[in-house]
Design a protein. Structure first.
Length: 403
């Protein structure tokens, strides 16, 4: 699969090569030149500099017909690291991630996100974690994933957290003295899938997250699409019925009002399957026990989801959909309704759209927030050019030119 080379001079040199190696894994110089449509002489010059800077290293060889074995090159994990944070209403999860995506440490703290001083307490939690021995890989920055809309300046609007116009990016960056990149938490999962997960080697795919909300990350041409105001991918707020249930966003009839945990539980109560106050685990237990009404409820939810996603797929034409999140535990029961509805409403039902399920945990989402930072030197795919430029500067990549 070919990789589109960024048009900036910097993109035509080091970031293009790092992006390719970061997403594809070890490659020979010949393969790098072929995929990036660059001359072998140019690739040799670029990789020589990257080797000297310690950003890449030799990673064994591959057999060559009629000549010397070709040396493969790979990104050096210890060339840089990032801290990733997943903010939830009642806790934060923090991970340390090296440049190749390896999680080198993780922890979870209780956290009351709806408190007025939430940003200050987040700074207090982060401070000790950012003080590391000098021998550790250089810290490139901090990535923060939050549920809600994040504009390019890092200003957060999150009904889930009770935040309105919170300048989280600027506040954290000033206090910590580091680049801080804030993004919608589903977008951070998209970044992680792009660099290290099922999106590796794919240019166009979607990441669908199920849980308390319903989210979508849109990856196009090897980059997470965020839109003009940072609200791209809000599939949970696609209207699926007229004058339907009230959604937490203030509108009626949104997909999330029926497919989020609260929506599923409300439907279960309406069908006398559960009592008010029951948790998602109770609905799961009914499905696992083979309760026919519970199974039909989840099939119906799957049909609604499949029909809605088909509309999105008809517009964007992705090559794959990765399903993850807490709610992915329900997937075996949603799938029976989802698959026929999806295939039956696709513009081209046999277009080969692949649906992949992926395990979920908070560490994976926090790793995604770190991936937003780590993707900046991999071609600048980051929310907000200022913080992304600061990350590249800390990595010594500003002014890379076409050398």
């Amino acid at each position: 699969m070919s990789t589109t080379v960024p048009t900036s001079p910097r993109g035509l040199s080091r970031t293009a090569v790092l992006a390719l190696l970061g997403r594809s894994g070890p490659l020979s110089r010949v393969e790098i030149a072929r995929r990036l449509d660059l001359s072998q002489a140019t690739v040799t010059q670029i990789t020589k500099r990257l080797l000297l800077e310690g950003l890449i290293a030799e990673a064994g060889s591959v057999p060559s017909v009629g000549g010397r074995p070709a040396i493969r090159l790979a990104v050096v994990a210890d060339a840089g690291r990032a801290v990733g944070i997943k903010v939830a209403p009642d806790h934060v999860t923090l991970v340390h991630v090296t440049l190749d995506g390896t999680v080198s440490g993780a922890l979870t703290h209780p956290f009351d996100a709806v408190d007025d001083d939430a940003a200050d307490r987040l700074i207090a939690l982060l401070g000790p974690e950012l003080t590391q021995p000098a021998e550790k890989p250089r810290l490139l920055g901090v990535g923060v994933g939050v549920p809600g809309r994040v504009d390019p300046a890092g200003i957060v609007d999150s009904p889930t957290l009770g935040w309105h116009a919170v300048p989280l990016g600027r506040t954290l960056s000033r206090a910590l003295g580091l680049p801080v990149l804030v993004d919608n938490d589903v977008n951070t999962v998209g970044a992680a899938q792009l660099l290290y997960g099922h999106g590796r080697g794919r240019d166009d795919f979607l990441v669908l997250t199920l849980g308390h909300g319903v989210g979508l990350a849109v990856v196009e041409r090897g980059a997470v699409r965020r839109g003009t105001t940072g609200a791209a991918g809000e599939i949970g707020h696609v209207p699926v019925t007229d004058n339907g249930r009230l959604c937490q966003c203030g509108n009626r009839g949104c997909l999330e009002a029926y497919l989020g945990f609260a929506g599923l539980l409300r439907t279960a109560v309406e069908h006398d399957l559960l009592e008010p106050g029951d948790r998602p685990e109770s609905l799961m237990a009914l499905a696992e026990a083979g309760e026919s009404a519970a199974l039909e409820l989840l099939r119906g939810a799957g049909r609604l989801l499949g029909r809605t996603l088909a509309g999105v797929a008809n517009v964007l034409d992705p090559g794959a959909v990765v399903v993850t999140g807490e709610g992915a535990a329900f997937w075996p029961y949603l799938r029976d309704g989802f698959e026929p509805a999806l295939r039956g409403h696709l513009f081209r039902p046999t277009n080969g759209l692949t649906v992949i399920t992926d395990d979920w945990n908070d560490q994976a989402w926090a790793r995604g927030a770190a991936a937003v930072v780590l993707s900046a030197p991999f071609g600048g795919d980051a929310p907000g050019e200022g913080p992304a430029e600061a990350v590249r500067a800390r990595m010594g990549m500003v002014g890379g030119g076409a050398s």
